[in-house]
Design a binder for this molecule. Sequence first.
Ligand code: NAD
Length: 480
Amino acid sequence: MNMTRITVAKGDGIGPEIMDATLVIIIAAGAALEIEEIQVGEKVYLAGNTSSISEASWDTIRKNKVFLKAPITTPQGGGYKSLNVTTRKFLGLYSNVRPCMSLHPFVSTKHPVMDIVIVRENEEDLYGGIEHQQTDEVVQCLKLISRPGCEKIVRYAFEYAKQQNRKKVTCFTKDNIMKQTDGLFHQVFDEIAKEYPEIANEHWIIDIGAAKLADTPELFDVIVMPNLYGDILSDVAAQITGSVGLAGSANIGEECSMFEAIHGSAPRRAGQNVANPSGLLQGAIMMLNHIGQTAVAEKVQNAWLKTLEDGTHTYDIFKDGVSKQKVGTKEFAKAVIANLGHGPAVLKPVSYSKNTALDLPRYKRRAPAEKLLVGVDVFIDWSGSEPDELAKDLNAMKSESVKLTMITNRGIKVWPNGFKETFCTDHWRCRFMPEQGRTMTKQNIIELLGKTQENGLDSIKTENLYSFNGKAAYSLGQGQ
Ligand code: NAD
C-alpha cells in the first residue's frame, strides 16, 4: 500500500493521550502513514499567536492536505480565535460529517435503533462572524448563505447517502421565517433532490425537526442543514446515542480535509490515562476511508465494535451490569489491537469497500439573473418612541423620485398603521421606494443619505432592495 503523508496535532488536555492511543491502534492495523506533527493550541495561543497556528504549520497542513487533529484548549479571556472555525474556512472544508449511531445494548441510550449521519454546512451562515453594534441598544450579526455553499453541501449529502446505501436525506431549515437565507438552502435542496430519485427526501422546519430528532431519531437517516443548526444538533445527536465521547467528525473540502473527535480537551481528565479515545479513533477511521485505506478502516472499526461489545469500557461509558472491565486509555487501545481481525457478534459489522472519498463536480456559476434596484432601506439610530414623528421627519425629506413606504423596528412594521403595543428600540428600518413612474437609482440613495445628514438624522447603514428576474428579493415588514 502507498504511504500517505498526514499532518497530526496532538492538541491539549487529554489530546496527546487519545492521539497516541488512536495512532497506535491504526498503525497496528496496518495504516500506511507518514506522520508530520505540528504544534497548535494553548501553548501557541499563550505565546501570543491569537489563531494558535504558525505560518509553518499552515504550510505543512496545506502540503499534506490531510489533517488529524486532537482537541485543543482555548484559553480564557478575549481575543483568541477558534482554530477550528479558522481552519474550516481557510481550507474551504465545506462539509462536516458526523455519524451518530447507537451501540445498544453495550452503551446505554434511550434510542437503541438510532443510526443517523448529520451533514452540516461548515463555512458560512452566522459563522462569518460579521457583527456590528449600530445603536446604543442594538447589535447585529450577518447571516450569509450562498448558492455555492448550499449546492456543495446538499450535493455532498445526497452523494454520501448514495455511496453509503442510505435511503433518505432530510433537510432542516427555518425558511418560514428566513425566507431569503434559509429559503435558498431549502430551494437548492429541492432542486438537487430531483437528481436523486432513488433516495427519499423531506424537509422539516428546524424546531419540530429538532424535537423529533431528540425524541424519535430512528425516523431519520442523513440530515443536511446550515451551519448553526448543524453545530447544535450534531452535539444533541451524538449525546443521545450515549456519549459525546464516542463520536468523530470529518471536515471535507475540495482540496484538504480535517478529522477530529467532536468533544473538547477535557482538561480536568488530562494526564490520568482515563479518557476515551473512541471519538478521535472514529475521526481517524473516517480519515482512512477518505485516503483510500478502506480495508484498514474496516478492520479497526470492527475491532472497536467488538471491544465495546466485550464490555471493555472507559469510565465515561462504564455501567455496572453492562460493562465488564473499566479500563484506561492505553488499556482500551491494547484491547482494540487484540481484537484486530475480529468483529462484533451482536452489533452489525461494517464493510467499507466502497467508502472512498466522494468525487463531486466543482460548482459551476450560473448565468446571472436580471438584477434591478427597486428601493432602499435606510437604517436610522433614533431615540424617539413615536414612529409617526420619525415618519414626519423622513417625509420632509421626500423628493420627486422617492417616497417613504414603511418603517419597521426589529422587523415589525410600526408605520404606517403600527400597533401602540409594539415595543420599539432605537434601531429603525425606513424603506424608500420610487414614486409612481420612476425608477430607483444609486444617485437617489446618495441624495437620501445627504438629506438625513442635513436633517440631523443619524443614518447607520443602508440595504439596497433588488429584484432578481422580476422577483422581489428582500423581506417585507412583519405584519405587512
Ligand atoms: P469537553 O468536551 O472537553 O468536556 C465535556 C465533558 O465531557 C467533561 O466532563 C469531560 O471530562 C468529558 N469528556 C470529553 N471528552 C471525553 C473523553 N474523550 N473521554 C472521557 N470524557 C470526556 O468540553 P468543555 O469542558 O466544554 O471544553 C474543554 C476545552 O475544550 C475548552 O477549552 C474548549 O474550548 C475546548 N474545546 C475544543 C474543541 C476542539 O478542539 N475541537 C471542541 C470543543 C471544546
